[in-house]
Design a protein around this ligand. Structure first.
Ligand code: M6R
Length: 592
Protein backbone atom coordinates (compact mmCIF):
# COMPACT_ATOMS: atom_id res chain seq x y z
CA UNK A 1 0.00 0.00 0.00
CA UNK A 2 1.07 3.65 -0.13
CA UNK A 3 4.37 4.59 1.48
CA UNK A 4 5.04 7.81 3.37
CA UNK A 5 8.39 9.34 4.29
CA UNK A 6 9.27 12.66 5.89
CA UNK A 7 12.45 14.39 6.91
CA UNK A 8 13.34 17.60 8.70
CA UNK A 9 16.91 18.34 9.76
CA UNK A 10 20.03 20.04 8.46
CA UNK A 11 20.72 17.84 5.42
CA UNK A 12 19.17 18.17 1.99
CA UNK A 13 15.80 16.43 2.33
CA UNK A 14 15.13 15.20 -1.22
CA UNK A 15 17.89 12.53 -1.47
CA UNK A 16 16.92 11.21 1.98
CA UNK A 17 13.26 11.09 0.98
CA UNK A 18 14.04 9.30 -2.29
CA UNK A 19 16.20 6.80 -0.45
CA UNK A 20 13.39 6.22 2.06
CA UNK A 21 10.85 5.75 -0.73
CA UNK A 22 13.13 3.21 -2.40
CA UNK A 23 13.02 1.20 0.83
CA UNK A 24 9.23 1.31 0.75
CA UNK A 25 8.94 0.19 -2.88
CA UNK A 26 8.19 -3.32 -1.67
CA UNK A 27 4.85 -2.11 -0.34
CA UNK A 28 3.59 -1.77 -3.92
CA UNK A 29 2.92 1.51 -5.73
CA UNK A 30 2.20 2.99 -9.12
CA UNK A 31 3.28 6.65 -8.83
CA UNK A 32 5.43 8.75 -6.54
CA UNK A 33 5.99 12.33 -5.44
CA UNK A 34 7.91 14.73 -3.21
CA UNK A 35 7.29 18.11 -1.60
CA UNK A 36 10.41 19.89 -0.35
CA UNK A 37 10.70 23.36 1.08
CA UNK A 38 13.71 25.59 1.39
CA UNK A 39 13.42 27.73 4.52
CA UNK A 40 10.29 29.91 4.39
CA UNK A 41 9.65 29.44 0.71
CA UNK A 42 6.63 27.49 -0.51
CA UNK A 43 7.13 23.73 -0.84
CA UNK A 44 8.05 22.61 -4.36
CA UNK A 45 6.13 19.55 -5.49
CA UNK A 46 7.32 17.02 -8.10
CA UNK A 47 5.24 13.97 -9.03
CA UNK A 48 5.67 11.20 -11.57
CA UNK A 49 3.66 8.17 -12.65
CA UNK A 50 5.21 4.71 -12.73
CA UNK A 51 8.37 3.56 -11.03
CA UNK A 52 10.36 5.57 -8.52
CA UNK A 53 13.19 5.84 -11.01
CA UNK A 54 11.03 8.35 -12.92
CA UNK A 55 10.89 10.60 -9.86
CA UNK A 56 14.62 10.16 -9.28
CA UNK A 57 15.27 11.23 -12.88
CA UNK A 58 12.81 14.12 -12.76
CA UNK A 59 14.57 15.56 -9.70
CA UNK A 60 18.11 14.58 -10.74
CA UNK A 61 18.40 12.29 -7.72
CA UNK A 62 16.86 15.00 -5.55
CA UNK A 63 19.42 17.68 -6.50
CA UNK A 64 16.81 19.81 -8.21
CA UNK A 65 14.80 20.15 -5.01
CA UNK A 66 16.59 22.28 -2.47
CA UNK A 67 15.56 22.36 1.15
CA UNK A 68 15.98 20.54 4.44
CA UNK A 69 12.35 19.70 5.14
CA UNK A 70 10.05 17.57 3.05
CA UNK A 71 7.62 14.73 2.60
CA UNK A 72 7.49 11.95 0.02
CA UNK A 73 5.02 9.33 -1.09
CA UNK A 74 4.59 6.22 -3.19
CA UNK A 75 0.94 5.79 -4.19
CA UNK A 76 -0.94 2.53 -4.61
CA UNK A 77 -4.07 3.69 -6.42
CA UNK A 78 -7.40 3.31 -4.64
CA UNK A 79 -9.42 6.38 -5.72
CA UNK A 80 -8.54 7.36 -9.28
CA UNK A 81 -6.09 6.06 -11.87
CA UNK A 82 -2.33 5.96 -11.26
CA UNK A 83 -1.69 9.32 -12.99
CA UNK A 84 0.57 12.27 -12.18
CA UNK A 85 -2.46 14.35 -11.18
CA UNK A 86 -3.64 11.72 -8.72
CA UNK A 87 -0.15 11.14 -7.32
CA UNK A 88 0.66 12.72 -3.96
CA UNK A 89 1.53 15.24 -2.52
CA UNK A 90 -1.70 17.21 -2.91
CA UNK A 91 -1.71 20.92 -2.40
CA UNK A 92 -4.13 23.40 -0.87
CA UNK A 93 -3.65 27.09 -0.09
CA UNK A 94 -1.78 26.61 3.18
CA UNK A 95 -1.24 22.88 3.37
CA UNK A 96 0.61 20.26 1.35
CA UNK A 97 0.04 16.63 2.24
CA UNK A 98 0.42 12.93 1.55
CA UNK A 99 -1.81 10.13 2.77
CA UNK A 100 -2.02 6.39 3.12
CA UNK A 101 -5.39 4.71 3.63
CA UNK A 102 -8.96 5.41 2.59
CA UNK A 103 -11.26 8.28 3.58
CA UNK A 104 -14.65 6.60 3.40
CA UNK A 105 -16.80 9.75 3.46
CA UNK A 106 -14.65 11.68 1.00
CA UNK A 107 -17.51 12.36 -1.46
CA UNK A 108 -19.60 14.07 1.18
CA UNK A 109 -16.57 16.06 2.43
CA UNK A 110 -15.66 17.01 -1.12
CA UNK A 111 -19.15 18.47 -1.69
CA UNK A 112 -18.92 20.42 1.55
CA UNK A 113 -15.55 21.82 0.52
CA UNK A 114 -16.80 22.68 -2.97
CA UNK A 115 -19.63 24.65 -1.36
CA UNK A 116 -16.92 26.54 0.48
CA UNK A 117 -15.07 27.50 -2.66
CA UNK A 118 -12.51 24.68 -2.96
CA UNK A 119 -11.71 23.34 -6.42
CA UNK A 120 -10.54 19.76 -6.99
CA UNK A 121 -8.10 18.60 -9.61
CA UNK A 122 -7.66 14.92 -8.80
CA UNK A 123 -10.02 12.02 -8.18
CA UNK A 124 -8.40 11.20 -4.86
CA UNK A 125 -9.69 11.13 -1.32
CA UNK A 126 -6.28 12.54 -0.35
CA UNK A 127 -6.91 15.87 -2.00
CA UNK A 128 -10.13 16.04 0.02
CA UNK A 129 -8.44 15.40 3.37
CA UNK A 130 -5.63 17.87 2.69
CA UNK A 131 -8.19 20.53 1.75
CA UNK A 132 -10.30 19.74 4.79
CA UNK A 133 -7.32 20.42 7.06
CA UNK A 134 -6.72 23.64 5.13
CA UNK A 135 -10.38 24.60 5.51
CA UNK A 136 -10.41 24.24 9.30
CA UNK A 137 -6.99 25.87 9.62
CA UNK A 138 -8.06 28.99 7.74
CA UNK A 139 -11.69 29.22 8.79
CA UNK A 140 -11.08 29.01 12.55
CA UNK A 141 -7.58 30.52 12.48
CA UNK A 142 -6.33 27.69 14.62
CA UNK A 143 -2.97 25.94 14.79
CA UNK A 144 -2.05 22.87 12.70
CA UNK A 145 -2.77 20.38 15.51
CA UNK A 146 -6.27 21.75 16.12
CA UNK A 147 -6.99 21.77 12.38
CA UNK A 148 -5.82 18.16 12.11
CA UNK A 149 -7.88 17.13 15.11
CA UNK A 150 -11.04 18.69 13.69
CA UNK A 151 -10.33 16.82 10.46
CA UNK A 152 -9.89 13.53 12.31
CA UNK A 153 -13.27 14.02 13.97
CA UNK A 154 -14.95 14.54 10.57
CA UNK A 155 -13.11 11.97 8.44
CA UNK A 156 -14.18 8.34 8.47
CA UNK A 157 -11.90 5.52 7.40
CA UNK A 158 -8.25 4.76 7.92
CA UNK A 159 -5.33 7.02 7.28
CA UNK A 160 -1.80 8.08 7.97
CA UNK A 161 -1.14 11.70 7.08
CA UNK A 162 1.98 13.83 6.70
CA UNK A 163 1.45 17.54 6.21
CA UNK A 164 3.48 20.69 5.72
CA UNK A 165 1.90 24.05 6.64
CA UNK A 166 3.26 27.08 4.80
CA UNK A 167 3.28 29.15 8.02
CA UNK A 168 5.49 26.60 9.83
CA UNK A 169 8.82 26.20 8.04
CA UNK A 170 10.99 23.30 9.10
CA UNK A 171 8.02 21.47 10.63
CA UNK A 172 6.06 18.41 9.57
CA UNK A 173 2.72 17.45 11.05
CA UNK A 174 1.40 13.92 11.11
CA UNK A 175 -1.63 11.95 12.23
CA UNK A 176 -2.87 8.44 12.01
CA UNK A 177 -5.89 6.24 12.40
CA UNK A 178 -5.35 2.54 11.65
CA UNK A 179 -2.75 3.01 8.92
CA UNK A 180 0.85 2.56 10.08
CA UNK A 181 3.17 5.52 10.72
CA UNK A 182 6.34 5.77 12.76
CA UNK A 183 8.56 8.67 13.71
CA UNK A 184 12.32 8.32 13.95
CA UNK A 185 14.69 10.60 15.84
CA UNK A 186 18.37 11.44 15.81
CA UNK A 187 20.03 14.31 17.65
CA UNK A 188 19.51 16.84 14.91
CA UNK A 189 16.85 15.40 12.63
CA UNK A 190 13.43 13.81 12.67
CA UNK A 191 12.01 11.26 10.26
CA UNK A 192 8.60 9.95 9.42
CA UNK A 193 7.80 6.69 7.66
CA UNK A 194 5.18 4.07 6.98
CA UNK A 195 7.63 1.37 7.90
CA UNK A 196 10.97 0.85 9.61
CA UNK A 197 13.17 -0.01 6.56
CA UNK A 198 12.70 3.54 5.21
CA UNK A 199 14.63 5.09 8.10
CA UNK A 200 16.72 2.20 9.43
CA UNK A 201 19.82 3.60 7.75
CA UNK A 202 19.53 6.83 9.79
CA UNK A 203 18.13 5.82 13.15
CA UNK A 204 16.83 2.96 15.24
CA UNK A 205 15.05 5.17 17.78
CA UNK A 206 11.40 5.35 16.90
CA UNK A 207 8.07 6.45 18.28
CA UNK A 208 4.90 4.57 17.42
CA UNK A 209 2.23 7.20 17.05
CA UNK A 210 -1.08 5.89 18.38
CA UNK A 211 -4.47 5.84 16.72
CA UNK A 212 -6.14 9.25 16.54
CA UNK A 213 -3.02 11.03 17.68
CA UNK A 214 -1.30 13.90 15.88
CA UNK A 215 2.38 14.80 15.94
CA UNK A 216 4.47 17.92 15.42
CA UNK A 217 7.96 17.21 14.16
CA UNK A 218 10.86 19.65 14.04
CA UNK A 219 14.57 18.88 13.58
CA UNK A 220 15.11 18.86 17.34
CA UNK A 221 11.74 17.84 18.81
CA UNK A 222 8.85 15.45 18.39
CA UNK A 223 5.57 16.12 20.18
CA UNK A 224 2.38 14.09 20.26
CA UNK A 225 -1.18 15.26 20.89
CA UNK A 226 -4.47 13.53 21.58
CA UNK A 227 -7.77 14.39 19.95
CA UNK A 228 -8.40 17.10 22.56
CA UNK A 229 -5.18 18.81 21.58
CA UNK A 230 -3.46 17.90 24.87
CA UNK A 231 0.17 16.89 24.62
CA UNK A 232 0.81 13.20 25.35
CA UNK A 233 4.14 11.52 25.89
CA UNK A 234 5.12 8.37 24.04
CA UNK A 235 8.09 6.18 24.84
CA UNK A 236 10.91 5.96 22.36
CA UNK A 237 11.60 2.36 21.25
CA UNK A 238 14.84 0.91 19.93
CA UNK A 239 14.60 -1.17 16.76
CA UNK A 240 16.85 -4.21 16.96
CA UNK A 241 16.85 -4.97 13.24
CA UNK A 242 20.15 -4.51 11.49
CA UNK A 243 20.34 -1.86 8.76
CA UNK A 244 21.64 -4.50 6.33
CA UNK A 245 18.29 -6.24 6.69
CA UNK A 246 16.87 -3.65 4.32
CA UNK A 247 19.63 -4.22 1.71
CA UNK A 248 19.97 -7.04 -0.83
CA UNK A 249 23.44 -8.06 0.38
CA UNK A 250 24.60 -9.25 -3.03
CA UNK A 251 21.48 -11.25 -3.83
CA UNK A 252 19.72 -10.41 -7.06
CA UNK A 253 16.39 -10.01 -5.32
CA UNK A 254 15.13 -9.60 -1.77
CA UNK A 255 13.04 -12.73 -2.22
CA UNK A 256 16.11 -14.86 -2.88
CA UNK A 257 17.90 -13.30 0.06
CA UNK A 258 14.91 -13.90 2.31
CA UNK A 259 14.58 -17.51 1.13
CA UNK A 260 18.18 -18.00 2.26
CA UNK A 261 17.50 -16.32 5.59
CA UNK A 262 14.98 -18.99 6.53
CA UNK A 263 17.31 -21.20 8.56
CA UNK A 264 18.12 -18.18 10.74
CA UNK A 265 14.50 -17.00 10.93
CA UNK A 266 13.43 -20.47 12.08
CA UNK A 267 16.31 -20.80 14.53
CA UNK A 268 15.67 -17.41 16.10
CA UNK A 269 11.95 -18.01 16.34
CA UNK A 270 12.50 -21.37 18.02
CA UNK A 271 14.95 -19.80 20.44
CA UNK A 272 12.87 -16.76 21.34
CA UNK A 273 9.33 -18.10 21.49
CA UNK A 274 8.00 -18.76 24.94
CA UNK A 275 4.51 -19.09 26.29
CA UNK A 276 5.31 -18.21 29.89
CA UNK A 277 2.96 -15.25 29.99
CA UNK A 278 0.21 -16.79 27.92
CA UNK A 279 -2.63 -18.44 29.73
CA UNK A 280 -3.55 -21.57 27.77
CA UNK A 281 -5.07 -23.48 30.67
CA UNK A 282 -8.75 -23.14 29.79
CA UNK A 283 -8.49 -23.13 26.02
CA UNK A 284 -11.16 -25.44 24.63
CA UNK A 285 -11.05 -24.42 20.97
CA UNK A 286 -9.04 -22.22 18.62
CA UNK A 287 -10.12 -19.78 15.95
CA UNK A 288 -7.17 -19.00 13.71
CA UNK A 289 -7.67 -15.90 11.59
CA UNK A 290 -5.35 -14.48 8.93
CA UNK A 291 -4.96 -13.56 5.26
CA UNK A 292 -2.93 -14.97 2.38
CA UNK A 293 0.16 -16.93 3.29
CA UNK A 294 -0.41 -16.32 6.99
CA UNK A 295 -3.76 -18.06 6.57
CA UNK A 296 -1.93 -20.99 4.95
CA UNK A 297 0.19 -21.41 8.07
CA UNK A 298 -3.08 -21.51 10.00
CA UNK A 299 -4.35 -24.30 7.73
CA UNK A 300 -1.19 -26.30 8.50
CA UNK A 301 -1.55 -25.61 12.22
CA UNK A 302 -5.15 -26.81 12.16
CA UNK A 303 -4.09 -30.33 11.15
CA UNK A 304 -1.34 -30.42 13.75
CA UNK A 305 -3.27 -28.97 16.69
CA UNK A 306 -6.31 -31.14 16.05
CA UNK A 307 -4.08 -34.20 15.92
CA UNK A 308 -1.95 -33.37 18.94
CA UNK A 309 -4.39 -31.59 21.21
CA UNK A 310 -7.70 -33.04 20.04
CA UNK A 311 -9.44 -29.69 20.33
CA UNK A 312 -11.53 -28.10 17.57
CA UNK A 313 -9.68 -25.59 15.40
CA UNK A 314 -11.37 -23.28 12.90
CA UNK A 315 -9.21 -21.47 10.36
CA UNK A 316 -10.87 -18.42 8.90
CA UNK A 317 -9.90 -15.84 6.31
CA UNK A 318 -9.95 -12.55 8.17
CA UNK A 319 -11.88 -10.82 5.39
CA UNK A 320 -14.69 -13.35 5.87
CA UNK A 321 -14.46 -13.73 9.63
CA UNK A 322 -15.00 -10.03 10.22
CA UNK A 323 -18.42 -9.99 8.50
CA UNK A 324 -19.75 -13.43 9.33
CA UNK A 325 -22.23 -14.18 12.09
CA UNK A 326 -19.99 -16.83 13.57
CA UNK A 327 -20.88 -18.18 16.96
CA UNK A 328 -17.86 -17.23 19.07
CA UNK A 329 -17.85 -19.41 22.13
CA UNK A 330 -16.30 -18.85 25.52
CA UNK A 331 -13.14 -20.89 26.01
CA UNK A 332 -11.96 -20.10 22.47
CA UNK A 333 -8.56 -18.55 21.94
CA UNK A 334 -8.43 -16.44 18.81
CA UNK A 335 -5.05 -16.57 17.07
CA UNK A 336 -4.36 -13.77 14.58
CA UNK A 337 -1.34 -14.41 12.36
CA UNK A 338 0.27 -11.57 10.45
CA UNK A 339 3.74 -10.69 9.22
CA UNK A 340 3.10 -6.95 9.01
CA UNK A 341 0.70 -6.73 11.94
CA UNK A 342 -1.13 -4.09 9.90
CA UNK A 343 -3.37 -6.11 7.57
CA UNK A 344 -6.70 -4.29 7.75
CA UNK A 345 -8.90 -7.40 7.71
CA UNK A 346 -6.80 -9.23 10.30
CA UNK A 347 -6.88 -6.19 12.57
CA UNK A 348 -10.66 -5.95 12.19
CA UNK A 349 -10.97 -9.66 13.01
CA UNK A 350 -8.88 -9.14 16.14
CA UNK A 351 -11.19 -6.33 17.23
CA UNK A 352 -14.26 -8.44 16.59
CA UNK A 353 -12.85 -11.17 18.81
CA UNK A 354 -12.05 -8.67 21.54
CA UNK A 355 -15.56 -7.23 21.37
CA UNK A 356 -16.80 -10.77 21.98
CA UNK A 357 -14.49 -10.85 25.05
CA UNK A 358 -12.36 -13.65 23.64
CA UNK A 359 -8.64 -13.61 24.35
CA UNK A 360 -6.49 -12.89 21.30
CA UNK A 361 -3.00 -14.19 20.65
CA UNK A 362 -1.15 -12.32 17.89
CA UNK A 363 1.62 -14.09 16.01
CA UNK A 364 3.29 -11.09 14.45
CA UNK A 365 6.62 -10.26 12.85
CA UNK A 366 6.68 -6.47 13.03
CA UNK A 367 7.26 -5.21 16.55
CA UNK A 368 5.07 -2.28 17.52
CA UNK A 369 2.54 -2.99 14.76
CA UNK A 370 -1.18 -2.54 15.41
CA UNK A 371 -1.94 -6.25 15.86
CA UNK A 372 1.05 -6.64 18.19
CA UNK A 373 -0.21 -3.74 20.27
CA UNK A 374 -3.87 -4.67 20.40
CA UNK A 375 -3.63 -8.43 20.99
CA UNK A 376 -3.84 -9.69 24.58
CA UNK A 377 -0.80 -11.89 24.05
CA UNK A 378 1.90 -11.64 21.39
CA UNK A 379 4.44 -14.02 19.98
CA UNK A 380 6.94 -12.19 17.84
CA UNK A 381 8.27 -14.29 14.99
CA UNK A 382 11.93 -13.53 14.52
CA UNK A 383 12.17 -13.27 10.75
CA UNK A 384 13.56 -9.72 10.69
CA UNK A 385 12.29 -7.23 8.12
CA UNK A 386 10.73 -8.88 5.10
CA UNK A 387 10.90 -6.70 2.01
CA UNK A 388 9.82 -8.91 -0.87
CA UNK A 389 6.06 -8.81 -1.40
CA UNK A 390 6.01 -12.60 -1.62
CA UNK A 391 6.53 -13.80 1.92
CA UNK A 392 9.00 -16.63 2.58
CA UNK A 393 10.93 -16.28 5.81
CA UNK A 394 7.99 -14.82 7.74
CA UNK A 395 5.87 -17.78 6.58
CA UNK A 396 8.52 -20.21 7.83
CA UNK A 397 8.82 -18.39 11.15
CA UNK A 398 5.03 -18.42 11.59
CA UNK A 399 4.98 -22.16 10.96
CA UNK A 400 7.45 -22.92 13.75
CA UNK A 401 5.72 -20.54 16.18
CA UNK A 402 2.51 -22.47 15.46
CA UNK A 403 4.25 -25.83 15.97
CA UNK A 404 5.31 -24.61 19.37
CA UNK A 405 1.80 -23.42 20.15
CA UNK A 406 0.52 -26.89 19.17
CA UNK A 407 2.98 -28.53 21.57
CA UNK A 408 2.07 -26.19 24.42
CA UNK A 409 -1.64 -26.47 23.99
CA UNK A 410 -1.59 -30.26 23.76
CA UNK A 411 0.67 -30.61 26.79
CA UNK A 412 2.53 -33.49 25.19
CA UNK A 413 6.08 -34.28 26.21
CA UNK A 414 7.76 -31.57 24.15
CA UNK A 415 11.28 -32.90 24.30
CA UNK A 416 11.30 -35.32 21.35
CA UNK A 417 9.48 -32.80 19.18
CA UNK A 418 11.78 -29.94 20.17
CA UNK A 419 14.70 -32.16 19.31
CA UNK A 420 13.30 -32.48 15.77
CA UNK A 421 12.49 -28.79 15.55
CA UNK A 422 16.03 -27.84 16.52
CA UNK A 423 17.26 -29.75 13.48
CA UNK A 424 14.99 -27.84 11.08
CA UNK A 425 17.37 -24.92 10.34
CA UNK A 426 20.11 -27.30 9.20
CA UNK A 427 17.66 -29.32 7.11
CA UNK A 428 16.35 -26.15 5.45
CA UNK A 429 19.95 -25.16 4.66
CA UNK A 430 20.41 -28.56 3.07
CA UNK A 431 17.37 -28.03 0.83
CA UNK A 432 18.83 -24.68 -0.18
CA UNK A 433 22.16 -26.19 -1.18
CA UNK A 434 21.10 -27.66 -4.50
CA UNK A 435 19.03 -25.46 -6.75
CA UNK A 436 20.10 -26.65 -10.20
CA UNK A 437 17.20 -29.07 -10.68
CA UNK A 438 14.72 -26.43 -9.66
CA UNK A 439 16.24 -23.95 -12.09
CA UNK A 440 15.84 -26.52 -14.86
CA UNK A 441 12.27 -27.26 -13.79
CA UNK A 442 11.42 -23.54 -13.70
CA UNK A 443 12.63 -23.17 -17.28
CA UNK A 444 10.55 -26.23 -18.24
CA UNK A 445 7.29 -24.87 -16.74
CA UNK A 446 7.81 -21.15 -17.32
CA UNK A 447 5.63 -21.13 -20.44
CA UNK A 448 2.76 -23.03 -18.84
CA UNK A 449 -0.60 -21.35 -18.70
CA UNK A 450 -1.93 -23.36 -15.75
CA UNK A 451 -0.40 -25.21 -12.83
CA UNK A 452 -2.23 -27.32 -10.27
CA UNK A 453 -0.86 -28.07 -6.83
CA UNK A 454 -2.48 -31.01 -5.09
CA UNK A 455 -2.06 -32.70 -1.73
CA UNK A 456 -3.97 -34.01 1.25
CA UNK A 457 -3.82 -32.89 4.87
CA UNK A 458 -0.59 -31.04 5.61
CA UNK A 459 0.44 -31.56 1.99
CA UNK A 460 -2.65 -29.59 0.98
CA UNK A 461 -1.57 -26.75 3.30
CA UNK A 462 1.82 -26.71 1.54
CA UNK A 463 0.09 -26.82 -1.86
CA UNK A 464 -1.85 -23.70 -0.97
CA UNK A 465 1.36 -21.82 -0.27
CA UNK A 466 3.22 -23.23 -3.29
CA UNK A 467 0.38 -22.19 -5.55
CA UNK A 468 0.11 -18.67 -4.13
CA UNK A 469 3.86 -18.17 -4.45
CA UNK A 470 3.74 -19.30 -8.06
CA UNK A 471 0.81 -17.16 -9.14
CA UNK A 472 1.73 -13.98 -7.30
CA UNK A 473 5.21 -13.63 -8.79
CA UNK A 474 5.07 -15.60 -12.08
CA UNK A 475 1.52 -14.56 -13.08
CA UNK A 476 0.87 -18.16 -14.17
CA UNK A 477 -2.64 -19.19 -13.23
CA UNK A 478 -2.22 -21.74 -10.47
CA UNK A 479 -4.64 -23.46 -8.14
CA UNK A 480 -4.23 -25.59 -5.06
CA UNK A 481 -6.67 -28.41 -4.51
CA UNK A 482 -7.13 -31.06 -1.89
CA UNK A 483 -6.18 -34.00 -4.09
CA UNK A 484 -9.42 -35.86 -3.37
CA UNK A 485 -11.48 -32.92 -4.63
CA UNK A 486 -10.11 -32.95 -8.17
CA UNK A 487 -12.61 -35.52 -9.34
CA UNK A 488 -15.48 -33.30 -8.29
CA UNK A 489 -14.98 -30.87 -11.13
CA UNK A 490 -11.48 -29.51 -11.52
CA UNK A 491 -9.97 -32.50 -13.28
CA UNK A 492 -11.90 -31.42 -16.39
CA UNK A 493 -9.26 -28.69 -16.76
CA UNK A 494 -6.40 -31.18 -16.96
CA UNK A 495 -5.31 -31.81 -20.54
CA UNK A 496 -2.20 -32.69 -22.47
CA UNK A 497 0.79 -31.00 -20.86
CA UNK A 498 -1.02 -29.44 -17.86
CA UNK A 499 1.48 -29.17 -15.04
CA UNK A 500 0.35 -30.91 -11.85
CA UNK A 501 2.55 -30.72 -8.76
CA UNK A 502 1.69 -33.36 -6.18
CA UNK A 503 2.93 -32.82 -2.64
CA UNK A 504 3.59 -36.23 -1.09
CA UNK A 505 5.25 -35.93 2.29
CA UNK A 506 2.60 -37.50 4.51
CA UNK A 507 2.81 -41.30 4.68
CA UNK A 508 -0.80 -41.83 5.71
CA UNK A 509 -2.19 -40.22 2.56
CA UNK A 510 0.69 -40.90 0.17
CA UNK A 511 -1.02 -43.61 -1.84
CA UNK A 512 -4.28 -41.70 -2.07
CA UNK A 513 -2.60 -38.60 -3.48
CA UNK A 514 -0.48 -40.70 -5.79
CA UNK A 515 -3.66 -42.26 -7.24
CA UNK A 516 -5.03 -38.79 -7.85
CA UNK A 517 -1.81 -37.87 -9.63
CA UNK A 518 -2.06 -40.97 -11.79
CA UNK A 519 -5.61 -39.91 -12.73
CA UNK A 520 -4.12 -36.60 -13.94
CA UNK A 521 -1.36 -38.39 -15.82
CA UNK A 522 -3.96 -40.46 -17.66
CA UNK A 523 -5.35 -37.17 -18.96
CA UNK A 524 -1.95 -36.02 -20.22
CA UNK A 525 -0.62 -34.08 -17.20
CA UNK A 526 3.09 -33.39 -16.73
CA UNK A 527 3.56 -34.69 -13.19
CA UNK A 528 5.95 -33.23 -10.66
CA UNK A 529 6.19 -35.03 -7.31
CA UNK A 530 7.52 -33.29 -4.20
CA UNK A 531 8.37 -35.93 -1.65
CA UNK A 532 10.69 -37.23 1.05
CA UNK A 533 12.04 -40.64 1.94
CA UNK A 534 11.98 -43.80 -0.13
CA UNK A 535 9.02 -43.96 -2.48
CA UNK A 536 9.47 -47.13 -4.54
CA UNK A 537 7.99 -46.88 -8.00
CA UNK A 538 7.45 -43.11 -7.92
CA UNK A 539 9.91 -42.64 -10.82
CA UNK A 540 7.55 -44.59 -13.04
CA UNK A 541 4.67 -42.24 -12.33
CA UNK A 542 6.22 -38.78 -11.98
CA UNK A 543 7.95 -36.92 -14.81
CA UNK A 544 10.06 -35.02 -12.30
CA UNK A 545 10.77 -35.66 -8.62
CA UNK A 546 11.80 -33.05 -6.06
CA UNK A 547 13.16 -34.63 -2.91
CA UNK A 548 13.51 -33.02 0.51
CA UNK A 549 15.01 -34.55 3.66
CA UNK A 550 12.80 -36.21 6.25
CA UNK A 551 11.75 -34.92 9.64
CA UNK A 552 8.82 -35.53 11.98
CA UNK A 553 5.86 -35.69 9.57
CA UNK A 554 3.98 -32.87 11.35
CA UNK A 555 6.87 -30.51 10.56
CA UNK A 556 7.38 -31.53 6.93
CA UNK A 557 5.69 -28.36 5.65
CA UNK A 558 8.79 -26.43 6.74
CA UNK A 559 10.95 -28.42 4.33
CA UNK A 560 8.46 -29.01 1.52
CA UNK A 561 7.68 -25.34 1.08
CA UNK A 562 11.30 -24.37 0.32
CA UNK A 563 11.57 -25.92 -3.19
CA UNK A 564 8.17 -24.47 -4.05
CA UNK A 565 9.37 -20.99 -3.07
CA UNK A 566 12.48 -21.48 -5.21
CA UNK A 567 10.45 -22.85 -8.11
CA UNK A 568 8.19 -19.80 -8.07
CA UNK A 569 11.23 -17.54 -7.77
CA UNK A 570 13.11 -19.02 -10.74
CA UNK A 571 9.94 -19.17 -12.84
CA UNK A 572 9.40 -15.45 -12.25
CA UNK A 573 13.05 -14.76 -13.14
CA UNK A 574 12.74 -16.82 -16.35
CA UNK A 575 9.68 -14.83 -17.31
CA UNK A 576 11.60 -11.61 -16.75
CA UNK A 577 9.22 -10.30 -14.10
CA UNK A 578 9.64 -7.95 -11.18
CA UNK A 579 10.09 -10.67 -8.54
CA UNK A 580 10.07 -8.45 -5.46
CA UNK A 581 7.31 -6.13 -6.55
CA UNK A 582 4.71 -8.10 -8.50
CA UNK A 583 2.05 -6.08 -10.28
CA UNK A 584 -1.05 -4.94 -8.38
CA UNK A 585 0.22 -6.30 -5.06
CA UNK A 586 1.22 -4.57 -1.87
CA UNK A 587 3.34 -5.98 0.93
CA UNK A 588 0.99 -4.95 3.62
CA UNK A 589 -2.69 -4.65 2.79
CA UNK A 590 -3.84 -1.84 5.03
CA UNK A 591 -7.15 -1.24 3.25
CA UNK A 592 -10.11 -3.58 2.82
O1 M6R B 1 1.23 -9.01 6.73
P1 M6R B 1 0.33 -10.21 6.70
O2 M6R B 1 1.01 -11.47 7.08
O3 M6R B 1 -0.94 -9.99 7.49
O4 M6R B 1 -0.10 -10.35 5.18
C1 M6R B 1 -1.03 -11.32 4.78
C2 M6R B 1 -1.01 -11.47 3.28
O5 M6R B 1 -1.28 -10.25 2.65
C3 M6R B 1 0.34 -11.99 2.78
O6 M6R B 1 0.70 -13.20 3.37
C4 M6R B 1 0.29 -12.19 1.24
O7 M6R B 1 -0.57 -13.22 0.93
C5 M6R B 1 1.70 -12.42 0.69
N1 M6R B 1 1.90 -11.57 -0.45
C6 M6R B 1 1.93 -13.77 0.19
O8 M6R B 1 3.22 -13.92 -0.32
Amino acid sequence: MCGIVGYTGNQQAAPILLDGLSKLEYRGYDSAGLAVRNGDSAPVVVKTAGKLVNLIQATDGGKKLLGTCGIGHTRWATHGDPTVTNAHPHVSDEVVGVHNGIIENYSELREKLKDNGYAFYSQTDTEVIVKLVDYYYRKYKIGPIDAINRTMVRARGSYALALIFSDYPGEIYAARKESPLIIGKTEDASFLASDVPAILKYTRSVYYIENLQAARITPSTVQFFNLNGDEVFLPVKEIEWDASAAEKDGYEHFMLKEIHEQPLAVKNTLKNTDFDNIDLTNVKALDIVACGSAWHTGVAAQYIIEKLAGIPVRVELASEFRYRSLPLSKGTLVVVISQSGETADSLAALRKAKEAHLPVLGIVNVIGSSIAREADYVIHTQAGPEISVATTKAYSAQLVALYMLALKISRVNEEPYMHQLDKLPALISKVLEDKKDLQYLASRISNSSDIFFIGRGLDYAVSLEGSLKMKEISYIRSEAYPAGELKHGTISLVEDGTVVIGVLTQDDVYEKTLSNMIECKSRGAYLIALTSGQRPGLEKVADFIIRVPETESMFMASLAVIPLQLLAYYTSVYRGLDVDKPRNLAKSVTVE
